[in-house]
Ligand binder design. Structure first.
Ligand SMILES: NC(=O)c1ccc[n+]([C@@H]2O[C@H](COP(=O)([O-])OP(=O)(O)OC[C@H]3O[C@@H](n4cnc5c(N)ncnc54)[C@H](OP(=O)(O)O)[C@@H]3O)[C@@H](O)[C@H]2O)c1
Length: 345
């Protein structure tokens, strides 16, 4: 079997999961190089990885470079992706910088693998919220079309990187500790909880803003769910609207999704489509709840709570949950790399 020299850039929440997924899927690695801003050794599941500081010559003889650094002007992909490509590597980027560029395929392998063919050396991984939604809706879209999608997301803090996870731990610990110190029966009264918004930014809270505000007062995260879904389905006629909220869950995003199909259909047809979908596990029994704690560490998107809207024809609700660090980021990126290997062969 052909082997590939692989570089991983960034060892935050996504980069670490990427190293884990590469190993778990026995990706055919020749040489592995791991880069970040700071040199150090890290341990993942008992294996030590030596992290080097990224530099312009980091990508010599690299076949595939998986980027999971920060976004923006000084981010890893904007600073180094072109250098990697110029050195002959194929780049797969987790960030938002290139996702909507017309010459950059935006891929979810279960949904649009055909998009891999036309490229300039750079592939983008969609946003985690979009990946799990399009995976859940793919088969329904193919069979019945989609007129409208209304999404409300409940997003885990790991989606905001390592610092946000640390912040949730610290805030939770602080509140629980002070609560224990004053532990009396009075603590069931709201005023004794001592939960000040300034001290609890993530813990015990729900924040209906992810990213900054843009057109129509939608946030950047909300626009990602609209524009990326249009690009992946190659269909900008779908009327998509969303509200994305951060909740104090460590990992795995939950989504409440309302759809209206284009063609006439039935609950049974939608069930059948979900049962036959690639990459999802469908819970038909309404008592089987897809929960973020159950999705943690799993590869699939879990879908349940399917029901029809009794007042509107061809309209349905479903609830979907997925590990945002795996299918929402690292796993999807490695699956793209596997597709790329098929092309390179
Ligand atoms: N978290 C998710 O669920 C998720 C889902 C989809 C997409 N993404 C995207 O994936 C990327 C990584 O997210 P994350 O959550 O893993 O972030 P993170 O936990 O904040 O980690 C970022 C990592 O990138 C490294 N880095 C930052 N700037 C760099 C640069 N200029 N050159 C080289 N390395 C650099 C950092 O290095 P040091 O460790 O040395 O500081 C760190 O290891 C982001 O673009 C994010 O938007 C995240």
């Amino acid at each position: 079997m052909k082997k590939y020299n692989v570089a991983v850039v960034g060892v935050g929440m996504v980069g670490i999961e990427m190293l884990r997924v590469l190993k778990q899927r026995n990706f055919p690695i020749g040489e592995l190089r791991v880069f970040a801003r700071r040199e150090r050794d890290i341990n993942i599941d008992g294996e030590t990885y030596s992290i080097k500081t990224i530099a312009p010559d980091s990508f010599k003889n690299i076949d595939i470079a998986l980027f999971a650094g920060t976004e923006g002007e000084k981010g890893a992909a904007v600073s180094f992706a072109q250098q990697a490509i110029d050195n002959g590597a194929i780049v797969i980027d987790n960030g938002a910088d290139f996702r909507l560029h017309s010459d950059v395929p935006l891929i979810v392998p279960e949904v649009n693998p055909q998009a891999i063919k036309k490229h300039r050396g750079l592939f983008a991984n969609p946003n985690c919220t979009t990946i799990q939604m399009v995976t859940a809706l793919n088969e329904i879209y193919k069979r019945f079309g989609l007129e409208q999608i209304i999404l409300v997301s409940f997003q885990a803090v790991s989606g905001a990187g390592r610092k946000a996870v640390e912040q949730l731990w610290e805030e939770t610990e602080r509140v629980v500790t002070s609560h224990k110190l004053q532990a009396t029966s009075k603590n069931l009264e709201p005023e004794t909880w001592n939960l000040k918004p300034e001290a609890c930014k993530l813990a015990f809270n729900a924040i209906p803003q992810i990213g900054s505000f843009g057109k129509h007062n939608y946030t950047t995260e909300e626009w990602k769910t609209v524009k990326e879904t249009h690009k992946i389905f190659e269909d900008s006629s779908i009327k998509i609207t969303s509200t994305c909220a951060r909740v104090p869950v460590f990992n795995s995003h939950s989504e409440s999704i309302y759809i209206r199909t284009k063609k006439d259909t039935s609950l049974e047809n939608i069930e059948q489509a979900l049962k036959e979908s690639e990459g999802i596990i469908f819970f038909k029994n309404p008592q089987d709840l897809p929960l973020p704690l159950n999705a943690q560490g799993k590869d699939e998107v879990f879908v349940g709570r399917l029901r029809e809207d009794p007042f509107n024809k061809n309209c349905f609700w479903l609830w979907c949950v997925s590990d945002n660090l795996r299918k929402g980021a690292a796993l999807n990126a490695v699956q793209i790399a596997e597709l790329v290997c098929e092309i390179l062969n």
